[in-house]
Design a protein around this ligand. Structure first.
Ligand code: NAD
Length: 256
């Protein structure tokens, strides 16, 4: 467990799933956390439970004014911004030949433009205040396509490259930027799929560890990347997928 006492963090998408797990770990490690999300009820609940360690900022990460205000409110309330986790994301699925322009725009705006705007405004502050560390949440889908997921996979591949560009441009300001690429994680985002037995079994055929991840298993690697232990890790993509990405070959051990 790292000690982040005295650190100030922003977590977008922090009201649920992976983002919420990151918020909970940050609070245990002593950080002050600005949680940015659309889910106002959950933000207020987090604030009430937190003894002043949390502010909830209703934020649509696809709106530049919201993201700029998020950074400003964080600094106004906690006196700075040291680390940020850009987690907010969702998908509207559709076959390429059928997908509407609206659904493509929704998914790419949220998953890619939302991360761009977040990095932009977080880094603007960090640049003038001694640096910082940023973690973007991409996906295994940055490397592996999925049926009906062209918008999502393309956006996530974009997040991985945006992370590399940001690391390149921001290193001189002492800002590190890395990405985690989760495989299958048990969150509200995936519950609709994994609650269907046949779909769950199809996933498990692909995942050598034979189970989805718990959200907290994403929070640990994410916090490592902002920690001093990762002080020379910059522009990296950390796959956290239970060996899914290396499972493309048939399991010949069954025949030996
Ligand atoms: N769950 C998985 O298996 C998995 C796998 C790979 C990548 N991811 C990525 O991890 C991230 C978190 O996913 P999750 O599974 O925890 O999902 P989740 O649905 O549990 O949480 C996503 C959060 O983002 C918030 N959000 C949505 N749109 C927003 C917006 N415009 N502005 C601000 N907040 C917004 C939601 O209100 C929600 O609280 C996403 O980027 C997702 O693509 C998830």
């Amino acid at each position: 467990m790292h000690d982040f006492s005295g650190k100030v963090a922003v977590v977008t998408g922090g009201a649920s799933g992976i983002g919420l797990a990151i918020v909970e770990r940050l609070l245990k490690a002593g950080a002050k956390v600005a949680v940015a999300d659309l889910n106002e009820a959950k933000l207020r609940e987090l604030e009430e439970k937190s003894n002043g360690q949390v502010i909830g900022v209703v934020t649509n990460v696809t709106k530049q004014a919201d993201v700029a205000a998020l950074v400003q409110q964080t600094v106004d309330r906690f006196g700075g911004l040291d680390v940020a986790f850009n987690v907010a994301g969702a998908s509207r699925a559709g076959a390429i030949i059928d997908q509407s322009e609206d659904d493509w725009d929704f998914t790419v705006d949220l998953c890619l433009k939302g991360v761009f705007l977040s990095v932009k405004h977080e880094a603007r502050y960090m640049k003038d205040h001694g640096g910082g560390a940023i973690v973007n949440v991409a996906s295994l889908n940055a490397h592996v396509p999925m049926h009906y997921g062209s918008a999502y996979s393309s956006a996530k591949a974009g997040v991985e490259m945006l992370t590399k560009n940001a690391a390149l441009e921001l290193a001189k300001y002492k800002i590190r930027v890395n990405a985690i690429l989760p495989g299958l994680v048990s969150t509200p985002l995936t519950a609709g799929l994994t609650s269907v037995d046949a779909i769950y079994d199809a996933y498990m055929e692909r995942i050598p560890m034979g189970r989805p991840a718990d959200p907290d298993e994403m929070a640990g690697p994410a916090l490592f990347l902002i920690s001093e232990d990762a002080s020379y890790v910059n522009g990296a993509s950390l796959l956290v997928d239970g060996a899914w990405a290396v499972s493309g070959y048939p399991d010949l051990s069954k025949f030996m």
